[in-house]
Design a binder for this molecule. Sequence first.
Ligand code: ADP
Ligand code: ASP
Ligand code: MG
Length: 406
Amino acid sequence: MARIVQKFGGTSVADPERIRAVALRVKREIDAGNEVAVVLSAMSGSTNELIRLTEQTAPMHDAREYDAVVSCGEQITIGLLAMALQSLGISARSWLGWQIPIHTDAVHGKARIERIETAELNKRMKIGEVPVVAGFQGLGLDNRVTTLGRGGSDTSAVALAAALKADRCDIYTDVDGVFTADPRIVTKAHKLDKITYEEMLEMASLGAKVLQTRSVQLAMTEGVRLQVLSSYSEEPGTLVVNEDEIMEKSIVSGIAYSRDEAKITLVGVMDQPGVAAGIFGPLADGNINVDMIVQNISSKDNTTDMTFTVASDDLAGAVKILENNKSALRYSDLISDGDVVKISIIGVGMRSNAGIAQHMFHALAEHGINIQVISTSEIKVSVLIAEDYTELALRALHTAYGLDAD
Ligand code: ADP
Ligand code: ASP
Ligand code: MG
């Protein structure tokens, strides 16, 4: 007998028919003798709709009330699945975050799970009851409902799997597993049987939304065995594993993209000590994360241009901060561009192979794609390019690294 946490995403619970199909999948695990806890997302589109309502009602709302509203979608799906399971003769009960409770910090809108109380759930699972738990939500220090950030049900599922000491956490979604690139854009992408935690972490944080970044981090630190698979097919999915479980390591395992990027260039800043600190200090104080940075070489008058990227949502805020500090920073011009995309190649094999980045630059050049900013780390290379070239770049790189399915 194994203990399994099954998580179903928005499309998997999109309507009553899909919810009944989910109930049958849960039943299959129970019939096989396993203990199951389920974590659900809201029906696809419903969280977006709730967010829209908050924006239409009061654009400058309080994050606590935002969480009160946007956490509602999951309440509907867990109740419906508990009913569907009961009608199959399975004992099941729905659980909201506060009822368990799933304790989080008080950072509303992107809270982190701190602790899950499991005594009651354990007791009920032992007598064959299936807990159906609302993903994406928890209980904050201020005793109010919190949410975990978009895609947060993945993190709820992994955290619950760790707390319940489950043997496996299965993430059911609308594709067959983790692919070499987003299969909706790169039709030649193929499913990976296995991917390392480290690669998955990079893929997620660089834009592949198939798993929320925090869920991969948590699975890695808590040693949760994670599997991504489809709720539409019977195909085996992708296992997220330690590096030593993969015999043949590809140089590049996957390609990710993120449109959530904006570029800012400060023209004509002084090329002297303290300038970077002067620019990035006020941005950090304003809670704005800077990602890629490039500084040009000094011109004759000892000034230089500084280019960097921030999240799209932070662009207006960053520009405002930099304009407010213009007299101290003494730049001659500020240019901003929201029409950019970050494309990244990821693979643990990069550690032991030279020339990987060069291959990427060459492939992009061959397609006439200009690289605006570059950043690298041990297992990834990212480039910033014009957004119009997203599809072309992804497909070109996919082919260039030999990832195309036959
Ligand atoms: P769910 O609602 O089940 O949580 P998401 O929409 O959050 O599903 O995540 C699944 C989607 O992630 C897929 O439909 C796919 O378009 C996208 N995706 C992006 N990159 C990848 C990748 N490398 N492999 C698989 N899916 C990916
Ligand atoms: N319903 C939430 C969202 O749409 C959480 C999730 O789906 O994981 O972001
Ligand atoms: Mg998701």
